[in-house]
Ligand binder design. Sequence first.
Ligand code: AMP
Ligand code: MN
Ligand code: MN
Ligand code: MN
Length: 293
Amino acid sequence: MKFDFHCHSNLSDGFLSPQELVDYACERDIQLLALTDHDDVGGTTLMKATIEQRALSLKLVEGVEISAMSDFGEVHIVGLNVDPTNSNLTQALSQQKQQRWQRIEDIDHQLARLGIEGVLAGVKELALQIPTRSHVARVLVDSGYAKDFQQAFKRYIGKKAKVKTAKNWMPLDDAVEKIKQAGGIAILAHPTRYPLSNRKLGYLIEAFAQAGGEALELSYPSLNRDKQNWLNLHREKNQMLASSGSDFHYPDLRWTDLGRFPPLDSQIPHVKEWLLEKNQALRVELSQSCARD
Ligand code: AMP
Ligand code: MN
Ligand code: MN
Ligand code: MN
């Protein structure tokens, strides 16, 4: 069964609308998909309406990717199976959205001091729900200050670039708590993408488990086999599950295309099983739709 548990729509920093994402997933024969927008849970409802209207067999898992602060710096926590109407979760996300707008204002001020005007207005036009540094990068590219995203990040808004971007995210423990209060499972996203030594990454995984985190992403683009094996040892040590996802944002980035991530040993306990165990109706529907294909 083809699935993907990590991707973005244009409600955060993806390029496709939730409705377009439905078509894109169907074209790629994906049967089970979790939309995990940054700090937003609204997209899945829009996708469900499209699926229903067109009687498609694609199944969805409610998801989110929360930016959080740990003792080891910024981390991203994917939540799956979250109730998008749970007020603990939605209140925390709406606070985080406010923080994000303040951060964009701050970035706008710093860029104005460098002679670059109008970034806040540009982001306001582009961002449908959640404003991100990706939107700032798009404005910088569109107005000719950078030739592409990479350059915009390198010069202006990335690590060690000219603009200092605040990281006023909710604490790691809160992110895990809100996901769990909304009925979800908390997954540490792309663990090897944080700028940490192996020793510190090990401590981060331990801290995440102690906070109630229950899974690690163990399959995503760019993760090599050695690193995957290393992560798997830490997954086992902390009695966690594995998850897989492409972190898809744009159709033209082929190496992070939807449904594309390295294989995972079938012996490794996976979040997919947890989801199907929680939702027996989904298990039955999926087995029926797979049998038809
Ligand atoms: P934010 O959550 O506002 O800090 O925005 C971070 C988003 O920017 C990430 O989710 C990535 O999609 C994107 N991003 C971060 N670094 C880069 C980079 N060097 N080049 C392109 N996109 C990036
Ligand atoms: Mn992103
Ligand atoms: Mn992320
Ligand atoms: Mn992501």
